[in-house]
Design a protein around this ligand. Sequence first.
Ligand code: ADP
Ligand code: MG
Length: 388
Amino acid sequence: MAEESLRQAQKMEAVGQLTGGIAHDFNNMLQGVIGGLAMARRQIGGGHPERAARYLDAAHGAAERSAGLTRRLLAFARRQRLDPRPVDADGLVAGLADLIRRTVGPGIAVELRLRDGAGVVLCDPNELESALVNLCINARDAMPEGGRLAIGTEEVRLSAADIPKGEAPPGTYVAVSVVDTGMGMPPEVLDRVFEPFFTTKPQGQGTGLGLSQVYGFVRQSGGLVRIESAPGRGTTVRLLLPLHEGVAVAEGPRPSPSVPNGLNGTVLLVDDEEAVRGSAADRLRELGLTVLEARDGPEALRVLASVWPDLLVTDVGLPNGMNGRQVAEAARERVRDLPVLFITGYAGTALPPGMEVIGKPFELDTLARRVEAILQAEGQRNDRDPVA
Ligand code: ADP
Ligand code: MG
């Protein structure tokens, strides 16, 4: 348990550092959304709706970028440890580059040196990301006046002679390295860097947990950490992770099938946020569905008094005394086994059968596909078990 809390503290160290760096960028992106929408409205108001599309696209792009950032922060902060799985080292580093650039700031030039085909490693991708972020934050702190930061990957063969203490078997490893041109470390610091809570930074700036997270993660993944550093000569940290013979699990969005139109059925949609509810309702109506809208639990109950919907789509956090779960329970008292789709900004926990979650922010097409899949599955189920 103590180990678990230490691990969590180590991870939160990275999250804390990231959040500070990102809040500012986040505001910039939101400004892009607000500005784009305002300009689109002006063009429409000025009688040039055809000119609005460009601004709407810009707003949409900015909103998607902010969604990407929050997804990353949540992935970092997630408490549970994911199991090790095959990870494409190059892909992971490339995916993290944007976040790292934002975190180290404009004074530090970030360069990627990805040796194409530096292969697949078996590890927990979230932990590997945390490790890289911790290393890059250390590099940033070592270069207060700016400098260069290079992140590289390559495949290396280690013989028994390369691994003096026999800490790992000889074989092929993927080296992920972080190189900075910063102040470097004297030997007495270098000797202690992996100790939890060892820091040379002023109170409030360092926790001494960064490199202990890196070390713990790499050893657990069957690898080695090598550090070369000298005062005034910069620092190179290399994570050597055993090459995994296998194919990486693809991550990220998959190409989505097209959404056929022409469903029928009735959806009760509950969300207190007008902009969210309105756009979602319109998109679902395009599918051919009848959509009844409610702003909160009590309003939803009034609708349920006269209509039996085929699906309830509800926000989890709602005002006026009932949360989404309570709305779902009340709805199921009236319509037995009513399928429920929650929309929420929180990660889902275990849900009762027939209840699903879609995370905010979502694309309207994604919502449409989920609703469609649920209604189709429901239709088949009802075909099989006609109500007596
Ligand atoms: P923290 O960053 O909170 O101090 P870490 O475990 O990440 O904790 O690092 C421990 C210490 O190692 C740092 O305080 C610093 O003295 C030294 N260090 C780590 N990385 C570097 C680096 N890239 N350049 C110079 N010193 C470093
Ligand atoms: Mg650190």
